[in-house]
Design a protein around this ligand. Structure first.
Ligand code: PMP
Length: 286
């Protein structure tokens, strides 16, 4: 693949891109990231992702080396150099490679590691899963306690995804103290009548950028939104369920831990929200 990636100021063929073996993200998972989708060659909700990046940095005392314009320039350059029409841009920012391994943070003057790369996803907006819906299993949420920070520590979500695959399903919803937190890489919702229920923001879940937009559109469309925890049993008795993320947008869930919802077919609320989300976000894309 002749993809061009960005590493610490340079645009390079992916085979030539290198980071240090002493990088703190490699040694300790000491890094944060963002994923922004591209539709029609334009960035979806770029400002939301950059705002969350800044928040993740603040929470971890990590210096954000670039301002909005700096990040925007690199994103646009990669979209152009890789001719991305539909796809994703990953932004990885770590506390750098200070040399000797040490639990204490290195001096703030240590240069961070900045990596951005693209993943082309033709058909992203018109995905098969949007039409068929996905099937999820329930698993214990065994992640750390600061899930509101978008760190590169993705091992448990990755294990959860594999548990789902082994069970012949698509994803897992994580459960803590009897209540659903979120999906392995998405926020989780159920629908009963005209009411959408999703867990409220706290350090228990990632503050999804897609979540914020979808809830705004839902309220504008006169749907009721209730932000509170729900159980797997309540979800299994719901009319519909769905997930949101920057790469899945709004994707219906048709089975939860072996129980089919809506006769195993995607429901109208998820379909409508997906349509509104894609329409509005395409209009606002930059
Ligand atoms: N929760 C988790 C755990 C995630 O990894 C993601 C995707 N990064 C989300 C929620 C959805 O966030 P967003 O809408 O910003 O992609």
């Amino acid at each position: 693949m002749n993809r061009t990636v960005y590493v610490n100021g340079d645009y390079l063929p992916e085979e030539e891109a290198k980071v240090s073996i002493f990088d703190r993200a490699f040694l300790m998972g000491d890094g944060v990231y963002e994923v922004t989708s591209v539709l029609g060659g334009k960035l979806i909700d770029f400002d939301g992702h950059i705002a969350r990046l800044q928040r993740s940095c603040n929470e971890l005392d990590l210096t954000n080396p670039l301002d909005r314009e700096g990040w925007l320039h690199i994103h646009r350059e990669l979209v152009e150099r890789n001719a991305i029409d539909e796809g994703l841009i990953y932004l990885q920012l770590t506390r750098g490679a200070p040399g000797d391994r040490d639990f204490a943070f290195p001096p703030a003057s240590t240069p961070p590691t900045v990596v951005l790369f693209t993943q082309a996803k033709p058909g992203l907006a018109d995905s098969a899963q949007a039409k068929t819906g996905i099937r999820v299993i329930a698993i214990d949420d065994l992640r750390w306690g600061r899930r509101d920070i978008k760190t590169t520590q993705l091992l448990y979500p990755s294990m959860g995804k594999m548990m789902a695959v082994k069970a012949g399903c698509d994803d897992a919803w994580m459960v803590e103290d009897g209540f659903v937190t979120e999906g392995t890489s998405n926020n989780a919702y159920i629908v009963k009548g005209n009411r959408i229920v999703t867990r409220q923001l706290s350090s228990d879940i990632l503050h999804g950028i897609t979540r914020a937009a979808v809830l705004r559109f839902a309220r504008e469309a006169q749907m009721e939104v209730e932000e509170r925890p729900f159980t797997i049993a309540e979800a299994q008795a719901a009319d519909e369920a769905f997930i949101t993320s920057a790469s899945a947008f709004v994707t219906p869930v048709v089975e939860i831990d072996g129980t089919a919802l809506g006769g195993g077919k995607p429901g109208p609320v998820a379909a409508r929200l997906r349509e509104i989300y894609l329409d509005e976000m395409r209009k606002a894309a930059i």
